[in-house]
Write a protein that binds this ligand. Structure first.
Ligand code: GAR
Length: 240
């Protein structure tokens, strides 16, 4: 085994991918240690999994922040280092056609949530940030403050990108009538599910498969693929 990288994880839900990674670390299958797990939603099962493994946890409650910005847009205090023009020009999450008000409200609520995330994450000085079922997009404001020197934010997506980006990869794959489904691990960039692909695994969708079966087949592959990609990253960092 090589030198261990320090990794942090962000989640939104059950955390079965997080569990697979925690187990791979504990069994020394990968050269990594998870030092924190953050969630955008309070009370999710993934937080319990992290706590059980002795990992620091925190919550940045996106729903509450978004609601506060909606209720009192004029009362918002943006982070001192947030430049709306710069982030707006870089971001590729909302098209210009979404309109000024929508784009600026989106970036305002994300600036506040992402500053809160950064305040929790940066002190750990991690080599890698893992998005393990984190159901929020991240803006260039956050990405640029994590990706210092090289790409460090790795996401798992439940489809064979570039097909079916978005929040329901297996559902979209199934409803389209695909005969093959899969999962993708990629670095994130300024768009939604558009960054460089690090690994993919595929499975057959049989005639009688239900959406539940498709999800089950896909998740089982995610639990293999994510640790494999983290290990490859750790090996490459070890050589740097
Ligand atoms: C996984 O299927 C993951 O690929 C997906 O959420 C699920 C989380 O499951 N992620 C996304 O859709 C990201 N856009 P888990 O909480 O049990 O790991």
């Amino acid at each position: 085994m090589g030198k261990k990288i320090k990794a942090g994880a962000l989640i939104s839900g059950g955390g079965t991918n997080l569990q697979a990674i925690i187990d791979s670390c504990a069994q020394d299958k990968i050269d990594a240690k998870i030092v924190f797990t953050g969630s955008d939603t309070p009370g999710v099962k993934g937080l319990e999994r992290a706590e059980r493994a002795g990992i620091d946890t925190f919550v940045v409650d996106y729903r509450t922040i978004i609601q506060q910005v909606k209720n009192d847009p004029d009362g918002v205090v943006l982070p001192g280092d947030f430049d709306m023009e710069e982030i707006r020009a870089k971001q590729n999450l909302l098209p210009e056609s979404a309109g000024n008000e929508k784009i600026e409200r989106f970036l305002t609520s994300r600036a506040i949530a992402e500053r809160a995330l950064l305040d929790r994450i940066l002190p750990y000085d991690v080599d890698l940030l893992i998005l393990a079922g984190f159901m929020r997009t991240l803006t260039p404001y956050f990405i640029d403050r994590i990706n210092t020197g090289h790409r460090k934010i790795m996401n798992i997506h439940p489809a064979l990108l570039p097909a079916f980006p978005g929040t329901d990869g297996y559902g979209d794959t199934f409803r389209y009538g695909c005969k093959v489904g899969g999962c993708t691990v990629h670095f994130i960039d300024y768009g939604e599910d558009t960054g460089p692909i690090l690994g993919q695994k595929a499975f057959q969708i049989e005639e009688n498969d239900t959406l539940e079966i498709v999800k089950k087949k896909g998740l089982a592959l995610e639990w293999e693929l994510f640790p494999e990609c983290i290990q490859r990253f750790a090996e490459e960092r070890g050589q740097a």
